[in-house]
Design a binder for this molecule. Structure first.
Ligand code: A3P
Length: 307
């Protein structure tokens, strides 16, 4: 490896700048192995996010959507896996889990459509992902809520003796682009551009739109993945059923998400905090909010994207 620029990360370990984005030492190996070895299939679906933009929610929704015929109606295969598994256990991250555990995990034998998640920026995706016909679902969230959510989350992961991150310092780092898989704005822009250029391959969704009109957006997602809801499914309320199953209140109230842990050690409950739009007003001063807005305006200028 070439020597990489480093910065103090949010949870107390070092972050390295690799291919223009920041990654922790524990995951750099996973990033490299995934870039080198992952072979995409045309039927794959990849959920892509920046950390804390609603990944857990979309993992649940995508899993429920793609497996909907297995777990409802007369052909049902019993209890829905989302009732006793955290969404991260059902939809693994490529570079944070599968390629951390093994250099070359056996993914070829998984039945299609395979569903994975990644935080990798567009330009750093394994080449076969871009060359294949697999679909990318990108979810972004406004930077102020993302940043506040990240601050809460990383405080939970920090060793007790290190104490809490200062909110001010965390925001400064976020604005400078130093956050896991950041710079945040470059990440979002990469996928926004890709979705404009190849709309059949990349669907660009916003957390705020999902919250405002989940019904329409779930139907849009199903259409994009070429598994639209049939008239019968619509009549039987399948869209609402999936949304109820994956709602914040339902998932966060399940025993597995109240008391379970991921294999990597994080508590499942750390992925469910408030799940609302605009919670940043409870944490950010007007000055700080304006600073984030200014950085965003500069970065997004000319892209047509508003966050
Ligand atoms: P808050 O910290 O603002 O509450 P990620 O899954 O990418 O780590 O993002 C976590 C954020 O998504 C947290 O935001 C969390 O509460 C929220 N979230 C988790 N599950 C959700 C759901 N089912 N619906 C809406 N938001 C959800």
């Amino acid at each position: 490896l070439p020597s990489l620029s480093s910065e103090q990360g949010w949870v107390g370990t070092t972050l390295h700048l690799y291919q223009g984005f920041w990654v922790g030492p524990r995951h750099l190996k996973g990033v490299l192995a995934c870039q080198r070895h992952f072979r995409a299939q045309d039927t794959d679906v990849l959920l892509v996010t920046t950390p804390k933009s609603g990944t857990t929610w979309l993992k649940a929704i995508l899993f429920a959507l793609l497996n909907r015929t297995k777990y409802s109606g007369s052909g049902s295969q019993g209890q829905h896996p989302l009732l006793n598994h955290n969404p991260h256990d059902l939809v693994p991250f490529l570079e944070l889990k599968l390629y951390v555990e093994q250099d070359t995990p056996d993914l070829a034998s998984l039945p299609p459509p395979r569903l994975f998640a990644t935080h990798l920026p567009y330009q750093s995706l394994p080449q076969p992902v871009r060359d294949s016909k697999c679909k990318l679902v990108y979810l972004c969230r406004n930077p102020k809520d993302t940043c506040v959510s990240l601050w809460h989350f990383t405080n939970k992961l920090r060793p007790k003796e290190r104490g809490e991150n200062s909110l001010q310092e965390s925001l400064d780092r976020f604005c400078r682009g130093v956050s896991l898989f950041g710079p945040y704005w470059d990440h979002v822009l990469g996928y926004h551009k890709a979705s404009s250029e190849t709309p059949e391959k990349v669907l660009f969704l916003k957390y705020e739109d999902m919250k405002e009109d989940p019904y329409a957006n779930l139907r849009r997602l199903a259409g994009f993945l070429e598994c639209p809801f049939s008239q019968e499914e619509l009549r039987e309320g399948m869209v609402d059923e999936i949304l109820r199953l994956c709602s914040f209140d339902n998932l966060s109230g399940l025993e597995v998400n109240k008391s379970g842990k991921l294999a990597s050690g994080e508590e499942n409950k750390a992925f469910f905090r408030r799940g609302e739009v605009g919670d940043w007003v409870n944490y950010l001063s007007v000055d700080i909010a304006e600073k984030i807005d200014r950085v965003g305006e500069k970065k997004l200028h000319g892209s047509g994207l508003k966050l």
